[in-house]
Write a protein that binds this ligand. Structure first.
Ligand code: SF4
Length: 435
């Protein structure tokens, strides 16, 4: 008879919601069923054995030849020791102990260490450094919020359970969320999320800053002498400003539509100031819709360890922070780095074309459980265990709540967690540089 058991309250290591209520059925050390997860979470748990890299590889010409883990570690260490300006990048889809090893290695070899927030919510971080961080927990949202706004975000696609778990779910003070909690969506086009919202505002692309500025003026009681802003009539904006002031507890969730559109960190700065203005009348908070499941953790561990959340340069022996200077895309575009250690990310799939040209011109050491575009161009691939499935570790939810990922099944034979591979690279780098 098959050895079967059920695990309750499993944390899903896919998106920043980190849903912690999943139920998995495991038979003969294989996950065979996933309940309560969304399509993305189920795909992660039920297809974890597909497209795996099962052996380390070394690139020779146009082919990848299989090598032992020890040989791969040695190649990786030599690439890093010989590099004059190495870059360590990724980290958002792995757990916090792997981050610690990456920062230790970055400090030792004088590397730049950057995480994927430099291409997603980096502007949010710059905005909060300028104006503060009016955060709330997701539990507070569910228990108290009577007005929720999604701005430049489409959670039904990117965070499929966000609405159901935190907005449409009853809470301590919101017993009937459909009747007592309003949901508005502000975006540049209609989306699946806007279709289920109480109200939807379609704004002109790139006009977020003007719209937020107008809302600030209206909230403060100024007269605005125009018929429309950002393609939205002044009457509608007045309606939104009044709804925001009337709310007992409002929350603004914002996504890449706000951080990566024209204005970038200025949009976030303005949105924070809008929330601060609203707090003169009632209670408001705002939260970024973080994508990778531990990108929030990557910012936290980077800040704890280096003093800065991303884009950290150790080339002078101490950490320096400069988004735009030490961010991965900018370094690659300017051809400033001569080696990349990529951990749990796929820059070849997501970076702009001129940064990918930079990627292709340097040796890449790639740590990832699965084959991806970066693995195809990497000089050395080292497969690793999937955090939250094949190894445990601490992570942080989009609101900063720390959660612990469980080890559910054994990894394939010889496959180690990112943290152990990074530790081995660090030890070998020390040996090579001492000699
Ligand atoms: S919403 Fe995100 S964390 Fe929750 S089950 Fe879906 S993918 Fe996983």
């Amino acid at each position: 008879m098959a050895d079967a058991h059920i695990l309750e309250n499993v944390v899903c290591p896919f998106c920043g919601c980190l849903c912690d209520d999943l139920r998995l059925t495991i038979e003969n050390d294989v996950i065979v069923q996933c309940e309560r997860g969304c399509a993305l979470g189920k795909a992660k748990f039920l297809h974890y054995r597909e497209d795996r890299m099962l052996s380390s590889t070394l690139r020779q010409g146009s082919s990848q030849i299989e090598i032992s883990l020890e040989t791969a570690i040695d190649h990786a260490a030599r690439i890093l020791v010989e590099a004059r300006r190495p870059l360590i990048y990724g980290l958002s889809s792995t757990e916090n102990d792997a981050h610690r090893e990456a920062y230790r290695l970055a400090e030792y070899i004088g590397a730049v260490v950057d995480n994927t927030s430099s291409v997603c919510h980096g502007p949010s971080i710059i905005g909060t450094q300028a104006s503060g961080e009016p955060m709330a927990s997701l539990a507070e949202v569910r228990n108290r919020a009577d007005l929720v706004i999604y701005w430049g975000a489409n959670p039904l696609y990117a965070h499929p359970r966000h609405v159901n778990r935190f907005v449409r779910a009853p809470g301590e003070y919101i017993r009937d969320p459909k009747a007592e909690r309003q949901m508005w969506v502000v975006d540049v086009r209609e989306s699946v999320t806007s279709r289920i919202a109480n109200r939807s505002l379609i704004i002109t692309p790139g006009s977020d800053l003007e719209v937020i500025g107008t809302l600030r003026a209206l909230v403060r009681g100024h007269t605005v002498d125009v018929a429309s802003v950002g393609g939205v009539s002044l009457d509608t904006l007045c309606e939104l400003a009044n709804a925001m002031k009337r709310a007992k507890y409002g929350v603004l969730f914002y996504g890449l539509g706000l951080t990566q559109s024209r204005g970038r960190h200025n949009n976030i700065d303005a949105a924070i100031r809008l929330v601060q203005d609203l707090n003169s009348f009632t209670k408001w908070s705002m939260l970024p819709m973080r994508g990778h499941y531990n990108v929030t953790g990557a910012n936290k561990t980077s800040t704890w360890t280096t003093g800065y959340p991303y884009a950290v340069d150790y080339s002078r022996g101490y950490p320096r922070y400069q988004p735009g200077e030490y961010t991965a895309v900018d370094l690659l575009r300017r051809r400033e780095v001569d080696a990349l250690l990529n951990v749990a990310a796929d820059p070849a799939a997501h970076f702009p074309r001129d940064a990918i040209r930079g990627l292709k011109s340097i040796p890449i050491i790639n740590l990832d459980p699965k084959r991806n575009l970066t693995s195809l161009i990497a000089s050395v691939n080292i497969p690793t265990a999937i955090a939250g499935i094949e190894c445990d570790g601490a992570v942080a939810r989009m609101d900063g709540l720390p959660l612990y990922l469980k080890k559910i099944v054994e990894p394939p034979e010889g496959i180690l967690p990112d943290r152990e591979v990074l530790r081995m690279i660090f030890d070998r780098v020390k040996e090579v540089s001492d000699n």
